[in-house]
Structures are given as C-alpha cells and as structure tokens.
Ligand binder design. Structure first.
Ligand SMILES: *Cc1c(COP(=O)(O)O)cnc(C)c1O
Length: 396
C-alpha cells in the first residue's frame, strides 16, 4: 500500500473524498486524471498483443479515467472492485444477471425502486427466475421466505419514496446461512452515511446519477463487490460489453470531491424542513428516517451516520377522492421546487408519488404522498415555497 493510501485510511470523510483515487504524481502532477477517450489501445509487438500483457487492452475494459473513479469508489466502499454502468437502474439489473440463473428464486424488498420491480417482473420472469417481495421490516424473519433455490436477496434502505428502514445486518446473516448473495441499493445514504459491505452486504449499488454526480446532468451507476463476489461481477460486465464513459466518469469523480459538503447541507436543510413540516396541520405524516417519530428510526440511528436530502410528506386530505387534486394544487403552486424525477442534484424537486405497485407496504391512507428532494437553496426560501403549496392545497 502506498504512503498516501495509509494516511487516508484514518482520515476524515472530506479528506478522503478530496484525495480518493489516483495520485497526481501518476499524471505529471496534474491534480485531476486525464479524460481518456478510447476504443483502441496499441500494443508494442505481436507477442504483447497475443498475451494482452499490458495494463490497458481495449476501451471497454477500462481506461485511466474509469479506473480513477473505480479506485475512488473502492476506497469509499471498502470493496474489492467496482464496475461502472450507464445508469442507476443498470447497476441493479447487471448484478441480478450476474448472480441469477434460470430456475432460481430471488427475494426483493417491497419498498424497492419501482423500475427494479419492473425488471424483475419482465426480464427476470421471462428468464425463468421467480420473485417474491418481502416486508422491509422483516429482519431475520426473512428466513421463512428462503427456498432451496433462493439465490439472491435484494435490499434497499431506506425504501424508495416511503423510506422504510431494513435491518441489513440481520438479513445478510440469514441470507448467507442459506448461500444467497445479498445486494443493496444504497443510493439514498451514499457510502458516507452507510457502508453496506461493513454490514454483510456482498454487492453495493449506487445510482451515481444522484449525489455523486450531483448536478442533474449525468446518468451513471456503480456496482461494488466484496472479494468473494468481485470476479463474477467483473466477468459479467465483460460478457455483456458494459462500460463507463470517459466524460461521465470524469464528472462523477469531480462530483465526489464536493459530495461531503453538499450532503452536509442537504442533510441539514432536509432535517430542518422535516421537523418544521411535522408541526404543520396540513401534513398528516413526515416520512424521514432521521425523525424520532418515524417507525424504523432506531435502525437508522443504530446503523447510519447521517441522512440525505430526500424524504416524503403525507399531505392531510379528507377523503381519497381529493388526493390527486390536492397533490396537483400543491405541486402547481411551487416555484423553487421543480416538478421532475430523479434527485441528488443542487436544486429542489417535488413529485406526487405513485405507490400502486406495492404489495405489502401499501400507500398511506391519510392523503397523497409527496416526495421532496431538498436542494442547496436557502431554507427560508424553500419554506416559503412550501407555504405556497399548502395554501393552494388548502383551497381545494
Ligand atoms: C434513481 C434511482 C435509481 C436509478 O438511477 P438512474 O441513474 O436514474 O437509472 C436506482 N435506485 C434508486 C434508489 C434511485 O433513487
């Protein structure tokens, strides 16, 4: 291990984010790695070409730019290896394809990111893989759902849109006893607030589109494996011809440098707003794991070191036939919040959440669920915007 790596191991998170990845001395002292646009890599002679005995052999298999990002992520995740894929969704579908075969069974958390469920219900089912969805709060009770052919347990905590927590350690222990691979979509927390591999997870998944990229302009996913699962993940990536792009990799590495301070701000603002929203009569419930009132808060407190900038509110509504009208009135009155999908960028976003795909974690009954991504704007201005939303919703 180099001197630099040794000092980084014990350093604070912002120090590590600032220095993770390649050393400037490797690139003539330039602070950032070069953006290498490449398909062909030349070999010095026929023998080297035949044996492929050099570090880089073809663009799909990695470049100094993609390696720089993968190295930085390995340092943050504590993983044996990381692959880059073209989107967060691909960071879920690729490991599923790596570890599941026809005739296998997989357990998927019911509060899962909706497109993950779509992948399971379409492509995985077509391949002869059966799926069951489980309650996020199941803990070690997941043992009862494991069948002889169960090969993979997929977790996501907090859950998408409704933020249910999971006992990742307990689930991993039981899953491993039965020989299952444990995958986790850790997009919400990033490796700053939760390190899946330290809690028994084998494969840590991130939509780098969100906080790592941070500016609503990049699509990328990262998949990081522990030593036991790295080879299979790596081989799948090669077999499928999936690779990260040069400019996007560079931008995500750039995003990582400021992710710590951005997240600190997202966390503070979101928590301040969540606490304020809890006291409002227009709000039936605030779904934010860092609030003591939230079911699953104890798990968050035990395992996570912070909370990010996205949570939901359940707007109080008298009857279900008003849900849509109230939600739309609220959203249409907003001017700082944009109405758009995704999150993790610098700007606030709001969306009326559709939970109709849920089988176990049913939608709240008190009113429509509105997901708020709290951006880097000033809290007072965001509050004023939400007040405009409340006024419009109350008039419905
Ligand atoms: C956004 C998101 C993804 C997918 O990321 P894309 O890059 O948009 O495909 C996956 N998981 C979670 C939890 C997400 O929020």
């Amino acid at each position: 291990m180099t001197e630099k790596k040794t000092f980084l191991q014990d350093a604070g998170i912002n120090t590590r984010l600032s220095h993770a990845g390649p050393k400037p001395a490797d690139y003539h002292g330039f602070v950032n790695p070069p953006v290498v646009h490449a398909s062909t890599v030349l070999f010095p002679n026929a023998r080297a070409m035949e044996t492929r005995e050099q570090k880089y052999t073809y663009g799909t298999r990695g470049t100094p730019t993609t390696d720089a990002l993968c190295e930085a992520i390995d340092e943050l995740e504590g993983s044996a290896g990381t692959i880059l894929v073209p989107s967060g969704l691909a960071a879920i579908s690729v490991p599923f394809l790596a570890f599941l075969s026809s005739g296998d069974h997989a357990l998927i958390v019911d509060s899962v990111y909706t497109p993950t469920r779509l992948f399971c219900e379409t492509m995985l089912k077509r391949m002869g893989i059966s799926i069951d969805y489980y309650d996020p709060m199941i803990g070690s009770g997941i043992e009862q759902l494991i069948k002889p052919n169960t090969k993979l347990v997929h977790t996501e905590a907090p859950g998408s849109n409704t933020f249910e927590m999971q006992d990742i350690g307990a689930i991993s222990t039981v899953a491993h006893r039965h020989g299952c691979v444990v995958t986790m979509d850790n997009t919400w927390a990033t490796p700053l607030f939760f390190k899946p591999l330290d809690h028994g997870v084998d494969i840590s998944i991130h939509a780098a589109t969100k906080y790592p990229a941070g500016h609503s302009d990049i699509l990328m996913g990262t998949v990081s494996a522990n030593a036991a699962h790295w080879q299979q993940l790596h081989d799948t990536r090669i077999q499928m011809g999936i690779c990260g792009q040069a400019d996007d990799s560079y931008q995500v590495l750039r995003g990582l440098r400021t992710m710590g301070i951005r997240l600190e701000r997202h966390q503070q603002s979101a928590l301040a707003l969540a606490e304020w929203l809890e006291g409002r009569e227009e709000v039936a419930r605030v779904l934010h794991p860092a609030l003591p009132s939230f079911p699953g808060h104890d798990l968050w407190k035990r395992d996570f070191t912070g909370s990010s900038g996205i949570f939901s509110i359940v707007l109080a509504a008298e009857s279900p036939d008003r849900f849509r009208a109230k939600a739309h009135a609220f959203l249409d009155a907003l001017s700082i919040f944009g109405l758009g999908y995704s999150w993790g960028g610098f700007e606030s976003l709001a969306v009326h959440v559709n939970l109709s795909d849920r089988r176990i974690c049913k939608a709240p009954t008190e009113g429509p669920v509105l997901r708020l991504q709290i951006g880097l704007e000033d809290v007072a201005d965001i509050k004023a915007d939400i007040e405009r939303g409340f006024a419009a919703a109350s008039a419905v």
